[in-house]
Unconditional design. Structure first.
Lengths: 314, 314
């Protein structure tokens, strides 16, 4: 069977989980107080408003996002890049400047890596190692609160506009979120402050619903949604072109926002802390029944949609 | 300027060294007793006698080779793979079997990683983290001995035959060295036994001469060659088709043999130890004058040739 017919998520579930256990391809690996992550993409995944510098920056951000969201301070990153040898040296240099600048921003040591030829598109991978600051050991319980660190919808606006040949206008902030995503380093201070009340976390890489489904599978609790925290003016803009909440959720990949499952009694204090540090956080919802693996909104089970590397958006 | 005109090695020297220091793209990174490496290649780099399983195995071996040769026990590996979604699921599974089997063989924990779509060729990267067993702290001196862990020439035979449309016969062992390379894990016991007498080490990835030049640059000593340790029957075979020592050296990439710079007084004992453990080691040569960065054979300076990812063989 072809990979495009199975899809990435199902391939991992069907073919790899039996050897490697669950979640291994979605989450970060933690052992002895260190966290390990590798993340990458092919070089053809970029828009006309992005340049090679942005590619390097974005690749580092994608890896660092998982490390920071897991409550670990990123320490070391390595890169592996494949490019066509017809490329101009200045373009490859720009990728490295992007990596080096991002490494400075996230205060992580960039220690080099590998460089290869690629006959076609090329690729970039960033491996990262972090040091765990908080070992969140709380068991999940019904009623635990799910906080989303920031508003979403910005990347959806870009992806949906892209699918419409860019005939839908895009907010400048949305373009920036795709071109130059930034993970808020204050998440690490959030962990330091509230470590004892955090149950679990994940970032939003393939779309909010996929992240929620992974969270539900991992904790083995259903998730009851209250508010998706979609940016209002993005919502209004897309609504004018016939796109609704479901579409925004489907196309919400690469937001680099974080989801935190936290203890109810601290949720309000956490939100206030996050506002204070300029996050636009909200309570997304809460854990429902143990042993159920559904995502529910207004009493209805949501169909999971988002990005699959082999299928595309589904 | 195009990358193919500068070449990978010169690009690193010219554009990256100023930011990242020297050697950062050739060697392994070491900090606080841990070693870090990422290594990869595009998926089109394989011969008809190789299958997808071999790709996974070989990618792990390439990364583990650097870690083991540096005197570190490999502990954790992660993979990032890009493949075309038209690929059969069984083929991608085979890559993972190769990774998983190699991880078992090298006693390293495989903890997953990333999976991506690639419109064309695809790629595989393996990141590895090792624990330093020996912190070789000896300063180099004129007269230090260079040991090569094994005979070379096997991969040269395959590459040279390939450049001749496989009209030159290939020894079975040579084919195996390319298809299913194995790093001898006893190198770690060698380090345990002789740690106090080892000055430096490197593996042979882009060709013996390039590895020697890197070693010479790093230690800041010239290198005087005595014997290249080329396998006799490979040498005889290639000689019949007009290829000599220089050609074998030029095409000697991906041997996964190790070079050790060691103290003279222990060299003989080390060689005996290595013979005992079935290495076909030899004294390759010794360090010459400090401050010189030449490779000399029979009094003549050797021109450096080997593999460059942007130029090819040069």
């Amino acid at each position: 069977m072809k990979l495009k017919d199975i899809g990435e998520h199902e391939f991992i579930r069907r073919s790899l989980s039996k050897y490697l256990g669950h979640n291994i391809f979605y989450d970060i690996y933690t052992e002895d107080g260190f966290t390990y992550k590798i993340d990458g993409f092919q070089l053809s995944y970029f828009f006309s408003f992005m340049d090679y510098y942005d590619i390097g920056w974005k690749a580092v951000t994608a890896t660092v996002s998982d490390i920071i969201t897991s409550g670990s301070k990123p320490r070391i990153i390595l890169s592996s890049i494949g490019v066509n040898s017809e490329m101009e040296d200045k373009q490859l240099e720009a990728i490295f400047y992007g990596i080096i600048n991002a490494a400075e921003y996230y205060e992580v040591k960039y220690v080099g890596g590998d460089l290869n030829n690629s006959e076609k598109n090329g690729w970039i991978d960033i491996a990262g190692i972090g040091k765990k600051l908080c070992d969140a050991k709380n068991n999940p319980e019904e009623g635990d609160i799910i906080i989303i660190s920031d508003e979403i919808g910005f990347t959806s606006e870009v992806f949906i506009s892209y699918l419409n040949n860019f005939n839908i206008p895009i907010h400048e902030i949305s373009k920036l979120r795709v071109k130059h995503p930034i993970v808020n380093k204050n998440i690490l201070n959030f962990y330091k402050e509230f470590c004892n009340y955090i149950v679990s976390s994940t970032d939003i890489s393939d779309g909010l619903l996929i992240s929620l489904q992974n969270l539900s599978d991992r904790l083995n609790y259903s998730i009851l949604i209250e508010d998706f925290n979609i940016n209002h003016s993005v919502y209004e803009n897309l609504r004018r072109y016939g796109y609704g909440v479901n579409d925004i959720l489907k196309y919400s990949g690469e937001e680099f926002s974080s989801l935190f499952v936290v203890k109810k009694e601290k949720a309000q204090e956490m939100l206030e802390w996050l506002y204070h540090y300029n996050f636009s956080s909200k309570i997304l919802g809460k854990l429902g029944k143990e042993g159920e693996n559904e995502i529910k909104y207004k009493g209805n089970k949501l169909a999971i949609s988002g990005w699959d590397n082999f299928k595309g958006w589904y």
